[in-house]
Design a protein around this ligand. Structure first.
Ligand SMILES: Nc1ncnc2c1ncn2[C@@H]1O[C@H](COP(=O)(O)OP(=O)(O)OP(=O)(O)O)[C@@H](O)[C@H]1O
Ligand SMILES: N[C@@H](CCO)C(=O)O
Length: 315
């Protein structure tokens, strides 16, 4: 199967907004032999485990467990990775989504046992937030939100909290065709877990209000009114608190914004994306520590292709 990179938050949409990008990890799995074999090539190959603790395998096991089954002992998994690990481009979400979808595909009657909605909720639970896994699954621009539990949905409002099962909903839209995405991939890695620890437990009301206004505007700017992109990508909830841990990222975002480009920290950083309708030469923005390229939005999300021989692949 092939799963896209994703950029989460997009400035003000902390833990909710996400965008799928045409940079792909490709993963294959098949029932074979009597033991688990994990083969990894590409980005991060020297750093990830080759046993059942590999994130793709963990997610496959989670899909089997959700169907009341155990992961088969004999399994071959091959990962060809292009999404940088710890870069803020959704590598862990891609691994989780790949594992859950491959696990479902290898289960007899998998799609009946595990709906797409169930996969989204399982993936969000594993990742800890839905904003990367949602676009990795469905592509495009996504807004994720807590779903009220079915038992409480009648009369529920848009402000309902997540149900007891932590169910997640998603709305997907195509990005306006004039919007181009520049991706500044950082050479350095940064742990999302660590940089979430930099965020305060509470924020000033004025900052929350500013983010609410920007997030609403951004949903419109990305889909119908791109001229508002710069104003819509102001964030006061996470980027200021993370800036001291990634000064080069903060400086790049500031420089791009000063030039009129709607730049934001990608996910938890340290990579950066800029959203623009201008015809920008990426070479003009080359910086030490970053690789810059224009990347199309991935409209399709994760794609699975069964080989019909017990092999399931994405990509
Ligand atoms: N393809 C993969 N295979 C196995 N493990 C992976 C894979 N991708 C990510 N991981 C695990 O997830 C960690 C990175 O996750 P983390 O959430 O910190 O960063 P990210 O997902 O790249 O960035 P962000 O969540 O900000 O978009 C890696 O260090 C590794 O342990
Ligand atoms: N919303 C998450 C995204 C991580 O990719 C965060 O900013 O921590």
């Amino acid at each position: 199967m092939r799963v896209p990179a994703t950029s989460a938050n997009l400035g003000p949409g902390f833990d909710s907004f996400g965008l799928a990008l045409e940079i792909f990890d490709r993963v294959r799995a098949r029932r074979a032999g009597a033991t688990l074999l994990v083969d990894v090539v590409g980005v991060g190959a020297d750093e990830v485990p080759r046993d059942a603790s590999h994130l793709v395998v963990t997610a496959m096991a989670r899909a089997f467990a959700a169907a009341g089954e155990e992961l088969p002992a004999g399994l071959q998994v091959r990962c060809e990775n292009r999404i940088p690990h710890g870069g803020g481009l959704g590598s862990s979400a891609a691994a989780i989504v790949a594992g859950l979808l491959l696990g479902r595909a290898l289960l007899a009657g998998g799609p009946d046992l595990l709906s797409d909605a169930a996969v989204l909720t399982l993936a969000s639970g594993m990742e800890g937030h839905p904003d990367n896994v949602a676009p990795a699954l469905v592509g495009g621009f996504t807004v994720s939100f807590p779903q009220p539990a079915p038992s409480t949905s009648s009369g529920g409002s848009a402000t309902s909290q997540a149900g007891p099962d932590g169910a997640v909903g998603v709305i997907r839209r195509d990005v306006h065709p004039d919007v181009r995405i520049l991706v500044f991939t950082a050479d350095q890695a940064s742990s999302t877990h660590a940089t979430r620890g930099l965020l305060p437990a509470s924020v000033p009301h004025a900052d929350a209000a500013a983010n609410a206004a920007a997030a609403g505007l951004l949903a419109l700017a990305l889909t119908v009114e791109p001229r508002y992109l710069l104003r819509a990508t102001v964030d006061r909830l996470h980027q200021p608190y993370r800036a001291p841990a990634m000064p080069a990222t903060a400086a790049l975002v500031a420089d791009l914004r000063a030039a009129g480009l709607a730049a934001v920290v990608s996910g938890a950083g340290p990579s950066v994306i800029a959203l623009t309708t201008q015809d920008v030469d990426p070479a003009r923005w080359e910086r030490p520590g970053f690789t810059v390229q224009q990347v199309p939005v991935c409209r399709s999300g994760a794609e699975t292709t069964g080989a019909g021989d017990g092999t399931t692949s994405a990509g």
